[in-house]
Write a protein that binds this ligand. Structure first.
Ligand SMILES: Nc1nc2c(c(=O)[nH]1)N[C@H]1C(S)=C(S)[C@@H](COP(=O)(O)O)O[C@H]1N2
Ligand SMILES: [Mo]
Length: 320
């Protein structure tokens, strides 16, 4: 997030030729046509290469749709922040193949009566929904993504948090063989691995907080945080930790990777707030990838009706 130099260059070059039909188009076609096969038959060969991931069935949840146009599959999967692969937006797509998502276990532990390790196959059997959410990066760009997942509360309830549990900590995999950015001697900006993030327990239990396993009708692409990634749509994107291996219930506010790296720039709460600028740039507006024009950033990323009450009485300039 500290490095912005590639953004404009990358964005300008990113327009998709109209001749190229993306997985997004395929996805929309699938919805539009009863015969999905017809859409596949019409697609040029390039499409199949882009949508090789396993399809994932999920029930569309009509309570979580948006009037906004979806960001293209191409943009969602080629303009990423995933510093385990490097700091450039194109690094995650370019280097993603080294991440192996099987076998994969997620430990849910800490202050709970029934700590448990969940195999990824077990997590895929949770009741999966499709929800369209905005994701607003702290760098002042945003996307609109059809995620597939289930509310985190469904998982937390299974382990029965104790009365002492006040926070939830998320930990991303550490494995330098899979993540070049974690290698010793990696040349470039590096975080203190593992990437950790955290939420207050009420935020974690909020129905909007989604544990995701897919997007655009398929399993998560590696670059988007496969195989298991949290999505917190009213907070800046960095709160949505990728490739999660541990979820821990704690009494104290967890340390978070970006807060450790630059405490004056990235706080624990990190709610999207157009009124509180980042020390080095405004948060009042944003660019919807791949647009150039700016639009106004909405308080809590547009989810204020659902989440504002959790912060009643808090000074959001202080708890940024
Ligand atoms: N483990 C890990 N999770 C991460 C990041 C990261 O570098 N490592 N980047 C964050 C940031 S800054 C953003 S904006 C989103 C980007 O998600 P996307 O690439 O799927 O759009 O992932 C977040 N989760
Ligand atoms: Mo971000």
């Amino acid at each position: 997030m500290l490095i912005k130099r590639d953004q404009d260059r990358k964005l300008r070059g990113e327009d998709i030729p109209s001749s190229e039909i993306t997985a997004e188009r395929l996805y929309l076609d699938r919805r539009a046509f009863i015969a999905g096969a017809a859409a596949l038959a019409l697609a040029p060969s390039g499409v199949r290469a882009e949508s090789h991931l396993a399809p994932l069935k999920a029930t569309k949840n009509p309570a979580f749709t948006l009037p906004d146009a979806l960001t293209s599959y191409k943009n969602v999967t080629s303009y990423n922040n995933f510093y385990e692969f490097g700091t450039n937006k194109e690094d995650p797509e370019r280097l993603q193949a080294s991440l192996k998502t099987r076998p994969w276990t997620v430990k849910v532990e800490g202050l709970c009566a029934k700590p448990k390790s969940f195999d990824i196959e077990e997590l895929l059997k949770f009741s999966l929904e499709e929800r369209v959410y905005r994701l607003r990066c702290v760098e002042a760009w945003s996307m609109v993504i059809p995620w597939i997942g289930f509310p985190l509360k469904d998982l937390l309830k299974r382990v029965e948090p104790t009365g002492q549990a006040k926070y939830v900590e998320f930990t991303t995999l550490v494995n330098p063989d899979m993540f070049p950015g974690q290698k010793r001697g990696f040349f470039g900006f590096s975080l203190d691995w593992p990437y950790t993030e955290g939420l207050r327990l009420d935020e974690a239990m909020h129905p909007l907080t989604l544990m995701t396993v897919g997007l655009y009708g398929q399993v998560l692409p590696n670059q988007n945080g496969a195989p298991f990634r949290v999505v917190v749509p009213w907070k800046y994107g960095f709160k949505s930790g990728k490739s999660i291996v541990k979820i821990r219930l704690t009494a104290d506010e967890p340390k978070t990777a970006w807060n450790k790296a630059a405490p004056s720039e990235y706080g624990f709460y990190s709610n999207v707030n157009p009124q509180v600028d980042h020390p080095r740039w405004s948060q009042a507006t944003e660019r919807r990838i791949p647009e150039v024009r700016r639009r106004e950033t909405l308080m809590f990323n547009g989810y204020g009706d659902q989440v504002a009450s959790m912060y009643t009485g808090m000074d959001l300039k202080k708890f940024y």
